[in-house]
Design a protein around this ligand. Structure first.
Ligand code: NAG
Ligand code: NAG
Ligand code: NAG
Ligand code: NAG
Length: 505
């Protein structure tokens, strides 16, 4: 995490930027930092809430294009997980002709019970990326979950793994799986490894289960489950482990805070809180994902649809990949515990009605711009390094192959909501070539929302509402390199994707 501070840039920071700027380092070598492998080709992944998945692919016109944009940015098909609270309310019915069947008490609510049929897996099998399916463990019907798993395995050429239960930390003694006993981490671990063995043996498969699926490590965690996988002999059935992560919550009237959500130093320290999970997954020899994640639970508390949440996605994805979480499945379409309070009067009960979701029937939201930016930064790259020390408001990351960096992200997390935007100059050194190209992610304010008419832009372009088509002409900024160095100006609540030649031709 070393950064180079030259005399020239010290002079800049004291004279041009003035005393208000407290950054120690405003100059970074693009070859600095510790290079960490980017293990997955497409770390920016999608989680669809179980009951909402068929609606997303059948009824939301933007879905295919929004996913394709991410595929193109990553250079690999977007990874998908279908699950969430309603996977543990679902019963498989092999005779059901529709993909899913349920009724809801009110528009925008999540079903308390639902059935799904074989065509659920026909739809899932058509997704281009590796796909993980969440099965029910809470209702304790192993026969039913095995019947569903068998149908999925027979249907889906893109099957990645099965989850057996969602967020078992939230199961209680009154859930059938608990058998009337107190539900504890050790009871859950015993149940997980037993179900893993039963489902995997029924399918005659190993490496087929996504274990964990915990909301609240470390009490419920891969740290706690991993040793039981080993001692029970079930580890061979495990393909991957997952944790869920929501940095903020509006549950029970809790307040949310956009400034702290998008804070670079806050994101660095939040993500580091999961380090022991990475260590546990590494010692089990399995990949670890954020299998479900997004900004704020229980309706988003007003912050989830904003441009600041897009900036959070950028920095959080990069920090998670640096730490060792190989994918982040951003959750779409939950209404129950993750319900959305913003019910648009004339658009009730639509999939557009979800605060942190990236797109819906009507709008392509601000957070999607952050996802697309992060996928673009990581796409095709095999290493990432953090150049800043993680304590300031500015994050700087370099990306490259094993021999040479060719991309940098600069993120200025200073919270900007009104008045004139402040700009910070960041100097990068040791680039190759004669110029660098800047693609700027910006919006009027951190609080900007697409549904309120304040559209973000990435390299001057936007994503069309309802179709997700990329709109407008790409606008990039060319910056001349002087001895491999150049200075880049990044506004408060903006991020830059800087590309330069890895080799001089
Ligand atoms: C940033 O650098 C540019 C020249 O590269 C200079 O014109 C501008 O004044 C600088 N801004 C600040 C805030 O120092
Ligand atoms: C469990 O599922 C099977 C079919 O998969 C069904 O026949 C059975 O009734 C279910 N058991 C309970 C207790 O719901
Ligand atoms: C189970 O899978 C193994 C290897 O994949 C195969 O050799 C074996 O025949 C299979 N057994 C059954 C009963 O299908
Ligand atoms: C999307 O629709 C909203 C209204 O819901 C509008 O304010 C916004 O400008 C539109 N964005 C684009 C990119 O067309």
């Amino acid at each position: 995490m070393l950064a180079v501070t030259t005399l020239a840039t010290l002079a800049l920071s004291t004279t041009a930027l003035g005393a208000a700027v407290q950054r120690r380092d405003v100059s970074y070598s693009v070859t600095g930092g510790t290079r960490v492998p980017i293990k997955d080709p497409a770390p920016v992944a999608i989680s669809y809430e179980f009951f909402a998945f068929p609606g997303y692919v059948n009824d939301v016109g933007a879905t295919a294009q929004c996913v394709k944009n991410l595929d193109d940015a990553a250079g690999a098909p977007t990874r998908i997980r279908i699950g969430g609270t309603t996977q543990d309310r679902a019963t498989y019915d092999p005779s059901l002709t529709s993909a899913v069947s349920y009724t809801v008490a009110s528009a925008g609510a999540a079903p308390l019970t639902l059935t799904y049929g074989p065509s659920f897996f026909d739809l899932a099998g058509k997704l281009s990326g590796p796909t993980t399916i969440g099965l029910n463990r809470r209702l304790n019907n192993l026969t039913n979950s095995i019947a569903a798993a068998q149908q999925a395995a027979d249907t889906m050429g893109n099957l990645y793994a099965f989850e057996l239960g969602n967020e078992p930390d939230l199961f209680s003694s009154s859930d059938p799986i608990a058998g009337g006993k107190t539900w504890t981490p050790s009871a859950d671990a015993a149940s997980q490894v037993s179900w893993q063995a039963s489902v995997s043996r029924a399918l005659n498969k190993t490496d087929i289960i996504q274990g964990g699926v915990f909301l609240q490590p470390p009490k419920w965690s891969v740290q706690e489950l991993g040793p039981v996988e080993v001692s029970s002999g079930s580890l061979g059935y495990v393909k991957s482990f997952s944790d869920h992560s929501y940095p903020q919550s509006a549950c029970g009237g809790a307040s949310t805070n956009l400034q702290s959500l998008q804070s670079h130093s806050g994101i660095v320290s939040y993500t580091k809180g999961f380090a022991a999970e990475v260590t546990a997954a590494n010692s089990a020899g399995k990949p670890l994902f954020f299998g479900e994640t997004n900004s704020a639970t229980c309706g988003g508390g007003g912050i989830s649809p904003t441009f600041g949440a897009a900036l959070w996605i950028v920095d959080y994805v990069l920090q998670a990949v640096l730490l060792g979480y190989e994918r982040l499945y951003f959750h779409q379409g939950g209404w129950s515990r993750r319900s959305r309070s913003m019910v648009v009067a004339d658009k009730p009960g639509t999939i557009g009605n979800c605060q942190y979701c990236w797109w819906g029937q009507y709008d392509t939201g601000a957070p999607y711009y952050g996802a697309y930016f992060a996928a673009s930064a990581l796409g095709g790259m095999s290493t990432i390094s953090q150049l800043d020390d993680g304590t300031g408001s500015i994050g700087v990351y370099a990306f490259g192959d094993t021999t040479s960096p060719s991309r940098v992200v600069v993120y200025n997390s200073a919270y900007f909501t009104s008045g004139a935007r402040s700009y910070t100059n960041i100097t990068l050194t040791d680039m190759i070539g004669s110029s660098a190209t800047v693609k700027r992610l910006t919006a009027p304010y951190s609080t900007s929302r697409v549904d309120q008419g304040q559209n973000p832009t990435f390299a001057g372009q936007m994503f069309a509402n309802a179709t997700c088509a990329i709109e407008g002409t790409q606008v990039t900024e060319e910056v001349h390199l002087e001895g491999g160095a150049a200075t880049f100006s990044v506004g408060a609540s903006e991020a830059l994707l800087i590309e330069f030649k890895a080799h001089k031709y």
